[in-house]
Each structure stands twice: as C-alpha cells, then as structure tokens.
Design a protein around this ligand. Structure first.
Ligand code: FMN
Length: 454
C-alpha cells in the first residue's frame, strides 16, 4: 500500500514556474518551490545546445534552486561565462588551473557545496570521461570529488548518441545511480533527425523536482509490463510488433524514482534496466502472463504498458519451415488477456485494491477504442495514444490521453520520462480517492489537477 505523501505543494496552483521571481532572498520565503534552496551545480559542456543552459539556469532559479555554473573550456567556446554569471548571480568557473580560486581548493569547495550536480548539456565526451572516472578538467574533477547525486541531460548528434560506446558509457553511469534525463528526439542542429536533443529546460526542472521531491510512492509495489511479445513460428521466425519498450521502462524508472518497489516484466527489448528496478525478461505473451500473475498478488499497482500480441501461431514448428512453392496458411490462436485477468484479481483482503492501468495504442479512433477498453476490461485508468508521426511505438516521445471512470486528462507531447512521472502522479491521485485508507491525498493530486486545467 502506498504511504502518505506529506509534503508542501511545489508551486502555487496556476502560477507557471517561469513567471516567479528568482532572487535568493525571495526563494527563502517560498519554501514550497520544487527545488527550494537546493544547491545545484550546473555543469555545461561543449555542444551546440550549450546556449540552452542559459534558459535552464533561469528555470532552476525560478524553481527555487541556488545555482553555481561550471563551464568546460569547450563550453566556453559556445557561450560566455558572463551570461551564466549574470543569470546565476554567482561567479562562474571554467578552468581547473585558476590560481586565485584554487588558493582555497575551489574545486573541492564546489564539490562539497553542491547538493545536486546537473550536467546539461552533457557532451558525449563528458559522459565518456565520467564513465571512466577521469578528472582531467574542472567539471569532471568536481564530479569525482563530490558525493552529490548527479543528473545528466545528454545532447549530441543522433549517431553519436546511438553509438555503442556512448550507450555503454551511459549504462555504466546509470548503474552507478546517475539519473539520465532524456535525450529527446527530433530535428537536430546538424540537419539530422533522431534521439539526441537536449530536453527542454522545463522538462529538466520537472524531472529534477521529481528526483528531489518527496517519494509519493514509498512503500508502494508497482508492477510494470513493457515491450512487445514475440510468438515463435519456428526456431528462426516469430510474430512480433514494433513496441520499443521505452514507455514501460520510463514508467518503471519514474516509479522507482518516486520511491516505489518496482518489478518490470520486459518483453524482448534491448534497453538498460533502470536503477533500483527488478527486471524479469520474457518472450511470449504466455511467458508474460505467467510472470505477471506470479507477482500480481503482492502488487499494489499494475501498469500494463506492454504491447502484448493478441495472437500466436497455433503451433510452433520444431524445425525451420521450408518453401513449398505455394501459399502458407498460419492458423492463429488467441493469446491470454493478461490485463483483464489481472483486473479480476483486484480485490484483496485488508488492503487497498489493486490499481490496474492499461494502455491503448491505436492508429485511429483512439479515444473511442480506449473508452471501450477501459470499460470492457474493468480498468482504473487507461493511457491512450496515437501511433505514428514520431509518437508512440519506437519513439522517445509520446502524447497521452488519460481516461478513467468519470474523468480525463490530456498530457501534451513530451519525452516519455516526463510523461511517466505525470502518469504516476495521476495514478497516485486516483488511488488516494479510491482508497482513503491508503493515506491522505498526496501532493501529486494537486499537481495532476493543475495540469489537467491547462
Ligand atoms: C560546432 C560543434 C558542435 C558540437 N556539438 C556537440 C554536441 O552537440 N554534442 C557533443 O557531444 N559534442 C559536440 N561537439 C564536440 C565536442 O565539443 C567535443 O567532443 C568536446 O571535446 C567536448 O568537450 P567537453 O565535454 O569538455 O565540453 C561539437 C563540436 C563542435 C565544433
């Protein structure tokens, strides 16, 4: 059962974070800002997105943080320290070999001062340096010398991001507990299209607020299914679908960041396991069903984000099928309906009922099909999304329409990590209403309500 989330509301309802004043003295009177009085060291590395760190500096201060900026020497070729000095209200450092600052071991002082290190944009090179524990410039030295949690927002050409070396470095850092925010995908400065864009400043602040804030899902056991299922036709062929698993993995990661104990049942995907998440790999719909049902009794929330194949071949050939010069007919058998079966296990003695969340990925009539699925499968909430146009399957971004009995909320196009946090806020709000015994209405309920008014 989810424990109560007793915390101050992060911002007065209806006042966008960016419009609020950003002086430290005002912040100290506004402890309800999402990053109130948090000492953030913003590390900016050398990439074309470095200019966006100026906006991020403002947004961090608007959210209540005290910000000190460190530029790498290459970042200082893209943007000037003076810009960040003006925006942060603090001196900016760049080189390690600064006689005046280092007279008092300035890099160690900064490393100790920081309560959170945010690297945005994080270049491929900076990510590689951190993954390998290098300390050959001021920023990497501070990162190594600091006990503060690190969040990084990568920004680079899509090919650099997809490169196995970068992915391995990112995975190493994730395993060490570094929070990786984004990247988003879309058009790039180099003219290419794909994953590697810096998350918008507002999204970075939102994600930091989630990392920094109270853990609304502490004590809650969340079961998430993600990815496609593969149904074998013979030893070398299968029926599958184009689900990348990213939405489900983002939900698992967000739930863990919000304090939940998370089990992730993953179809065949090549995604790194989010930190603090227990992962079980499966292949077919029947494997997934078995893994889900084995865990459903001890779960409080089940988010079924997997794209489970509706059908499987009636039988799997023991040997590779051969051409015979004529059409081949496959007879398909319906797969188990995992979410409907899970929903049937909703009631449990002495504790809040299981909260069941489904997804509806559709190419047309999204809302109509989603409403039908919500009612037919007796779900508590459904997240509907249009597939195609760079959204939904095999994409980093999505756009969700949340529907539940008696309400709805539209979540605008955003990185799946950002959407995952918003979805969990809505789940927490609805659970609190359904099961008052599970604790007072959490702070997130107000957040969710505020967003739905936009
Ligand atoms: C015009 C230009 C744009 C660049 N943009 C990026 C970028 O967006 N992301 C990236 O990882 N590297 C980019 N680079 C390469 C980095 O600047 C280079 O790897 C550098 O060593 C990074 O240093 P730093 O991590 O110390 O800041 C760019 C280089 C140039 C010349």
């Amino acid at each position: 059962m989810c424990r109560a989330r007793v915390a101050a509301e992060p911002a007065p309802a209806g006042i966008p974070v960016s419009y609020r004043p950003s002086t430290a003295s005002v912040n100290s009177h506004m402890p309800d800002l999402p990053l109130a009085n948090l000492r953030v060291l913003l590390g900016v590395s050398g990439g074309i997105a470095a200019y966006k760190a100026a906006e991020l500096t403002r947004r961090l201060r608007d959210a209540g943080a005290e910000v000190r900026v460190v530029l790498t020497e290459n970042a200082a070729r893209f943007v000037t320290p003076l810009t960040f000095q003006a925006l942060s209200g603090n001196p900016v450092r760049s080189g390690l070999w600064d006689d005046a600052a280092e007279a008092a071991m300035g890099h160690i002082e900064l490393a100790r001062w920081a309560e959170r290190i945010v690297l945005a944009p994080a270049s491929a090179d900076l990510i590689a340096r951190l993954a390998h524990g290098l300390a050959n410039d001021l920023l990497s030295t501070i990162c190594l010398a600091s006990a503060a949690p690190v969040a990084l927002a990568p920004a680079m050409n899509q090919q650099m991001w997809a490169h196995a070396a970068t992915q391995a470095n990112v995975e190493t850092l994730r395993k060490r507990g570094v929070a990786v925010l984004g990247p988003a995908s879309g058009g790039q400065a180099c003219g290419e299209f794909g994953a590697g864009r810096l998350l918008e400043a507002e999204s970075i602040v939102q994600e930091l607020a989630q990392l920094h804030g109270p853990k609304p899902l502490a004590g809650c056991r969340v079961l998430v299914s993600a990815g496609p299922t593969f149904e074998d036709i013979d030893p070398v062929r299968y029926l599958g679908n184009r689900s990348s698993g990213r939405m489900g993995f983002a939900i698992a990661q967000a739930a863990a960041e919000q304090g939940a104990t998370v089990e992730l049942i993953a179809g065949p995907v090549h995604l790194p396991t989010p930190p603090h998440v227990t992962r079980v790999d499966v292949r077919s719909a029947r494997d997934m069903r078995a893994a889900v049902m084995e865990r459903i009794e001890h779960s409080d929330v089940f988010v079924s984000a997997a794209a489970v194949g509706d059908y499987r071949p009636g039988e799997t050939a023991a040997h590779k099928l051969k051409k015979h010069g004529s059409a081949l007919t496959l007879t398909l058998t319906e797969n188990p309906d995992i979410i409907a079966e899970a929903a049937a296990h909703r009631a449990r003695a002495g504790r809040a009922p299981l909260f069941v969340v489904g997804f509806a990925a559709e190419t047309r009539d999204v809302e109509k099909y989603a409403r039908d699925k919500l009612a037919r499968k007796n779900l508590d909430l459904i997240a509907a999304n249009q597939v195609g146009g760079g959204l939904g399957f095999d994409a980093c971004e999505n756009e969700l329409l949340l529907l539940w009995p008696g309400g709805s909320e539209r979540l605008a196009r955003a990185d799946k990590g950002v959407l995952a946090h918003a979805l969990l806020e809505r789940i927490a709000a609805l659970r609190a209403k359904l099961a008052p015994a599970s604790g007072p209405r959490p702070r997130s309920a107000k957040n969710a309500a505020r967003r739905s008014r936009r």
